[in-house]
Design a protein. Structure first.
Length: 365
């Protein structure tokens, strides 16, 4: 969405809210006019019937009239305001009831203001906003439920594997080769558990973080190289190679958070790369935007375009996507950390290659 479209939407919303203000102003004005009209009519009838008599004493009559008009205005104004306020507040009361239902966990509910109110721009905006919120909560609940099921399975699988091989080792009677193989599996599954737990903890941490702290200047290139070495046990098994297309780059950022970003992206690339393939890592400068772009590119199955928009969402997993064998957390961490640095993360997939790119501002220390 370009700036022109954004400005147009803002202008439309401003006009809609302006129409709501005019509606309430008109209602208040009608109440005042009708109150005055009714009170004057009642006073005229009282004078005609003799219940309210003009007195020779001007001040006495003025006092009576003032008291009457004050009391009558309050009485009539109160009941008219009570009656007429129900009309414009009807969709608001409906919205409150719907919000109460939403807070009880019913995310399927939708707000329909009705034919009359649906014609009003502000009521339409109100219903659209509520329905978007309900749909988002419903979608999040589905993703959360799927995440719990998948994550429980992800945790259970390595735990069962570790317990099984530990039981075999304890019983003995194994060759040295078998012992080494089983110990390697236990170590690999333990690391897998540790990585999953780290991602969940990191996501919890950065989700609640709004201010970026612990900024330091460090060698970004060296950090990425060290992350590749940390994952050597995984990519060596698949006989993968790395093509590093960058010089020495420094950046001012949170070193620990960015380290987790590169580990997640590199681990993701290793996981979905076919054996004997090449993983590319590029660092480029966008001088126009004053940004550093870090891209991790791997071969493998393409991610469908409709799923590329969702792949960074928390808990999201797609069968064909780069989250299929994960737990829907790692890429959400990547996106959130990039956003904390006033940057962004995006994916481009096609032609048998997938590139994850993180854009970071060249922040000065």
């Amino acid at each position: 969405m370009n700036n022109l479209q954004v400005n147009k939407m803002k202008k439309q919303k401003k006009q809609q809210r302006g129409s709501l203000t005019l509606l309430f102003t008109a209602i208040v004005l009608c109440i005042l006019v009708m109150t005055v009209f009714i009170v004057v009519a009642i006073a005229f009838l009282l004078i005609q019937t003799g219940l309210l008599k003009e007195s020779a004493n001007y001040f006495s009559f003025t006092t009576q009239a003032a008291l009457f008009f004050s009391a009558a205005s309050l009485f009539v104004g109160f009941f008219m305001a009570y009656f007429f306020s129900k009309v414009p507040l009807k969709p608001v009361n409906m919205l409150i009831n719907h919000l109460n239902t939403l807070s009880e966990g019913n995310y399927k509910i939708r707000f329909v203001p009705g034919k009359f109110w649906g014609r009003l721009p502000w009521a339409s905006e109100l219903s659209d906003s509520f329905n978007r919120l309900a749909a988002e909560l419903d979608n999040t609940e589905v993703l959360r439920s799927n995440f719990i099921n998948n994550f429980s399975h992800e945790f259970k699988t390595p735990i069962v594997s570790i317990a099984g091989f530990a039981r075999l080792l304890r019983h003995g009677g194994l060759t040295e080769t078998q012992q080494k193989e089983y110990l390697d599996i236990i170590e690999e599954e333990s690391l897998r558990l540790s990585q999953m737990a780290t991602n969940v903890l990191n996501l919890t941490k950065v989700e609640n973080q709004t201010i970026l702290t612990d900024l330091t200047v460090f060698n970004l290139s060296e950090q990425i190289r060290s992350c590749i070495l940390l994952l050597s046990g995984k990519w060596e098994k698949k006989n993968l190679e790395f093509l590093l297309d960058f010089g020495e780059e420094t950046i001012c950022a949170n070193e620990e958070l960015l380290k987790q970003v590169w580990i997640n992206l590199l681990d993701n690339a290793v996981k979905f790369s076919p054996e004997n393939s090449v993983i590319e890592v590029h660092i480029d400068r966008d001088e126009a935007e004053d940004q550093i772009l870090v891209s991790v590119v791997n071969s493998g199955a393409d991610i469908p375009s409709e799923k590329q928009k969702l792949i960074f969402n928390k808990f999201y997993q797609a069968e064909e996507s780069h989250a299929a064998e994960g737990n829907g957390v790692g890429l959400a961490v990547v996106k959130r950390v990039a956003e904390l640095h006033s940057g962004s993360a995006h994916v481009k997939s096609g032609g048998g290659k997938t590139a994850f790119t993180v854009s970071l501002p060249k922040r000065k220390s």
